[in-house]
Design a protein around this ligand. Sequence first.
Ligand SMILES: Cc1ncc(COP(=O)(O)O)c(C=O)c1O
Length: 369
Amino acid sequence: MMKMPKFIPISEPSITDKEADYVLQAVKSGWVSSLGEFITKFEEKFAEYIGVKYALTTCNGTTALHLALVSLGIKEGDEVIVPDLTFVATANAVTYTGAKPVFADVDPETWCIDPDDIKKKITPRTKAIIPVHLYGHPANMDEINKIAKEHNLYVIEDSAEALGAEYKGKKVGSLSDCGVFSFYGNKIITTGEGGMITTNDENLYEKAKYLRDHAMSKEKRYWHTQIGFNYRITNIQAALGLAQLERINELIEKRRQIFSWYKEFLQGIDGIKLNPEKPWAKNVYWMVCLVLEKDFRIDRDELMSKLRERGIDTRPFFYPISDMPMYHKSNTPVAHRISQRGLNLPTFFNITKDDVKFICDTLKEVLAL
Ligand SMILES: Cc1ncc(COP(=O)(O)O)c(C=O)c1O
């Protein structure tokens, strides 16, 4: 029989018997929709892990962002500052509220929103800032919170890619008005699709919970006082999430180990930058990143296609959102440069050290190093 060439995906979830067992329990219990004990357990354990009072599940990270914004009162006519280098959901959620996303540049060292550029983008209409903890590294929260305080702005941490990451010893999602997480299949933990809002603010939590369920009156069932949403998660998804959360330390440690392998095999190559980790940060390395800081024989896109020909899946860094047709151009040179030169390398629980060595050897070969 012919041996199939190996294909290494960029990402895959780690699902064990524990996840299968919890999901089966949820299905067999009959509580298959958005009531059931796995939802409560998942929310309670999540809040405890992040170090906040409240955690509220949603059906994905985008709806968590939208719900957080609406619950904070963001509306048409407002402006919300977001980094230009992030997944499009960060900006789209702002647009759904009728507000305008305003794009700030990123810091060349952390690739997260640049506090100095936030200052330049503030107008009398600005109501909130959404820092994104990009690719698993926290944004510079002290600086951001300071600016927010001076200008009376809300801060929502988009922590979709950074569950478990720490800023000065505190978990992201606990450092501002609220945090938002995603549990899409490629995230640190998955529920298939799913999201979470974390906060210490009881009013915000109650408001978001109410709007999540079509703003149904607590006193009078099926009486609605406002236009709300159905942004609920299912008990089946929460069962998967709880099992994953019970494995969180192992899942994060593995990502850190995978990064250390890449670092070992790629060390000393001039012109290549891997994920940063500031002294004040714990990076969870959601995706191993590589930025071509100088010009090599081939560019980023050619590198990606050559790796693909050899069975290695990669993805490009996010494109600056301000360049996309539905948004407006913004002066964000750092985001533009990094975006063009960055790619993500395979990062998932079951990847082996041999796989990483193969990827790094292939990379060196195609870059002719
Ligand atoms: C930074 C960021 N924000 C928001 C989201 C949206 O999450 P979801 O895909 O669960 O809607 C994602 C992920 O996909 C993300 O990477």
